[in-house]
Ligand binder design. Structure first.
Ligand SMILES: NC(=O)c1ccc[n+]([C@@H]2O[C@H](COP(=O)([O-])OP(=O)(O)OC[C@H]3O[C@@H](n4cnc5c(N)ncnc54)[C@H](OP(=O)(O)O)[C@@H]3O)[C@@H](O)[C@H]2O)c1
Length: 293
């Protein structure tokens, strides 16, 4: 199976690498074209523009940072729309809002192409290991065509029906994750400031009913103040913002998520946007008793 792949950031690089390892022929494009070279070394070919990739491939996957990037790659000069048409499919796996996804879907359908949104749950490591959870919606026939690729990228794929449902599901999941991260960080601060060992707190948490892979993976590095980005904080804040907007539209009160969003915004203002989202711990440490952010 031949696929195009647009966007070789943390996630896109890992996903395109997995596809290559599983025998897919992959044509890659990235805004910063030099990032394609690592994939070329693994057997990929390069398309000079998104349009060139779509012209070459029946199916093209995108994994881009945010709504602005997702729209730009489709609608701008040399974009996906210039070459999409009958018999071609476009699959956007970026985390965006439903409105962005609908705009892209409408434009692609007008050109005779098929569209699936398929954001993923899971981070850098699950992406490297092919253990993502795919939250797809849109054109069912294209979804079916993409199952072999989704099976390589993820451990489970959901087809959630009409366009927008995948985007919304992803935002709900990340809204919960961002809120939980803030509570976790506050807990680590509270343990520390009240004379307990945060490391012992991690051990206790890991044995109880709220044990989870995120605490296990992020906790030790947070205690060391180390935030090597798996999921950049700026993207987490984007997801909180989009989830809160979904809450606005549906009149759902989300006081916990709103507070968490403020902490992520503060972290961005402190220059932590490119660090892992667990770097919000620096904000909460700063807000606590020690004042050492
Ligand atoms: N990292 C995670 O754990 C994770 C997990 C699930 C979902 N996601 C979602 O997956 C998406 C990608 O995340 P990531 O962590 O891979 O992000 P990333 O490392 O920041 O990569 C972002 C990608 O988008 C490209 N890009 C940014 N602005 C662009 C524009 N205006 N036009 C064209 N390309 C543009 C970047 O190109 P350059 O290389 O040129 O900058 C890069 O390829 C995001 O929507 C994120 O929310 C991430």
């Amino acid at each position: 199976m031949e696929v195009g792949f647009l966007g070789l950031g943390i996630m896109g690089k890992a996903m395109a690498t997995n596809l290559l390892r599983h025998g897919f022929r992959v044509t890659v494009w990235n805004r910063t074209l030099s990032k394609c070279q690592e994939l070329v070394a693994l057997g990929a070919t390069v398309g000079e523009t998104p349009a060139a990739v779509v012209a070459k491939c029946k199916f093209t996957i995108a994994m881009l940072s945010d709504p602005r990037a997702a729209l730009s790659v489709v609608f701008d000069k040399d974009g996906v729309l210039e070459q999409i048409g009958e018999g071609k499919g476009y699959v956007d796996m970026s985390t965006v809002d439903a409105e962005t996804s609908c705009k892209i879907s409408e434009a692609i359908k007008q050109k005779g192409g098929a569209f699936v949104e398929a954001p993923v749950s899971g981070s850098k490591k699950p992406a490297e290991d092919g253990q993502l959870v795919v939250l797809a919606a849109g054109d069912k026939a294209l979804y079916d065509d993409m199952v072999p690729a989704f099976d390589v990228l993820g451990k489970k794929s959901f087809f959630l029906g009409e366009i927008g449902n995948g985007a919304k599901m992803k935002l709900v999941v990340n809204m919960i994750m961002g809120s939980v991260m803030n509570a976790f960080s506050e807990g680590l601060c509270l343990a520390d400031e009240s004379g307990l060992s945060p490391q012992t707190l991690l051990d206790v948490l890991d044995l109880g009913g709220i044990a989870n892979p995120m605490f296990k993976m992020k906790g030790p590095s947070m205690l060391q103040g180390s935030y090597n980005p798996a999921f950049p904080l700026k993207h987490m804040q984007k997801d909180m913002r989009l989830a809160l907007s979904l809450g606005d539209e549906n009149a759902v009160a989300m006081p916990v998520a709103a507070a968490a969003n403020e902490a992520f915004k503060k972290a961005r203002s402190l220059g932590l946007g490119d660090q892992d989202f667990s770097a919000v711990h620096e904000v909460l440490k700063g807000a606590g008793g020690s004042g050492q952010a």
